[in-house]
Design a protein around this ligand. Structure first.
Ligand code: BJW
Ligand code: ZN
Length: 291
């Protein structure tokens, strides 16, 4: 990031952009990546203020809906999909996470999943995951977590009201007889794996591009978003639909929407607060008042 005077600014752990369309009307832009304010103290104060605002909204809320993406697991060592760190052997997810890619080259697709399964097997939930457990404990049935992640780290952290939008990487589904089984072996002994019952190829039990999300989960997500007073959008690029519609339903129905992401996303300009930073650092501060 460059200062207005052209000098390289010390790399900040976060920058912050906050727009509050409802109070006051119009956009209030606090110090952010694209602004001219460069002193760390100013950023820190603005971030602290925004954290306090998000915290007040959460404390007052009885119903909170959460949408998480790969960024939430990044601090646990699970690679994201997009951006330089997200690419596996230069393949974009749009070219690997499809039924067509699997039909063309099931071994290649399974190599990607096998590599990810190994990374996930080694991963532990991070402080961002645990902050969501604390939030669920506080809200009980008023809490609903919809995740695009297939790694199971929210459940391993202790969240119970979790619904998977994009499936489960530990589930194998037979392309022949439809048999499904949990399998946590890493690495898999044979790629691509085959069904013990009928011999056809197993595929990962996840949702690929062009495939429908589980209809009941999606409907539950939209309904929860429309009921919620606060919607948290955490570590997702917000480019994959229909999951990306969840915060939009929340916005439309009048919820306060708070995004946490390292980068601006297509959603950032529409939400009430968009915090630049790591979920593992910021969520504990918002939810639990951690320093
Ligand atoms: C941090 C951080 C830190 C890093 N702290 N932040 C409407 C408009 C346009 C297109 C469509 C549309 N509706 C449907 C489509 C088509 C398509 C789609 O969305 N395409 C777009 C990409 C253009 N959608 C579909 O095809 C969906 N199906 C569908 O619509 O079916 C309709 C249908 C109906 C009836 C019959 C048949 C069909 C299916 C989508 C499935 C997506 N699947 C994948 C793979 C899942 C399995 C697997 O894991 O392998 O899901 S793709 C991949 O993207 C994965 C993710 O869940 C998903 C979202 O990614 P996510 O989580 O946002 O990760 P990243 O990497 O993109 O972003 C990480 C973010 O974290 C970044 O912003 C970082 O800055 C940030 N970050 N570290 C905070 N520490
Ligand atoms: Zn089978």
């Amino acid at each position: 990031m460059r200062c207005p005077n052209g000098r390289e600014q010390r790399k900040l752990d976060y920058t912050l952009r906050a727009s509050i369309p409802t109070e006051p009307k119009g956009e209030l832009t606090l110090p952010g990546a694209a602004t001219t304010i460069t002193r760390l103290g100013v950023h820190e104060q603005a971030l602290t203020d925004s954290i306090a605002r998000a915290r007040r909204w959460l404390v007052a809320a009885r119903r909170v809906v959460v949408l998480t993406g790969a960024g939430c697991s990044a601090e646990s060592g699970v690679p994201t999909f997009r951006g330089a760190d997200g690419l596996w052997r230069q393949f974009r997810p749009e070219t690997l996470a499809t039924p067509e890619a699997f039909a063309r080259d099931p071994k290649l697709v399974w190599e990607w999943y096998d590599w990810r399964r190994q990374r996930i097997a080694e991963a532990q939930p991070n402080p961002g995951h645990f902050a969501l457990v604390a939030l669920e404990q506080r809200l009980g049935e008023g809490f609903a977590l919809f995740t695009q992640n297939v790694d199971g780290l929210h459940e391993r952290a202790g969240n119970q009201r979790v619904w998977r939008l994009h499936g489960d990487i530990w589930l194998l589904r037979c392309t022949g007889c439809g048999h499904q089984e949990q399998n946590r072996t890493t690495p898999l002994p044979e790629l691509p794996p085959r069904c013990g019952r009928c011999g056809a190829l197993f595929r990962p039990g996840v949702v690929w591009f062009g495939e429908p999300l589980p209809a009941d989960v999606l409907q539950a997500a939209f309904a929860a978003a429309r009921r919620a007073e606060v919607c948290l959008v955490l570590g997702t690029s917000s480019v994959v639909y229909p999951a990306a519609l969840i915060p939009r339903h929340a916005l439309e129905a009048g919820a306060r929407v708070v995004e946490i992401n390292l980068e601006p996303t297509e959603l950032s300009a529409q939400v009430h607060l968009s915090l630049r930073g790591r979920t593992g650092l910021l969520l504990p501060r918002i939810v639990q008042g951690a320093e």
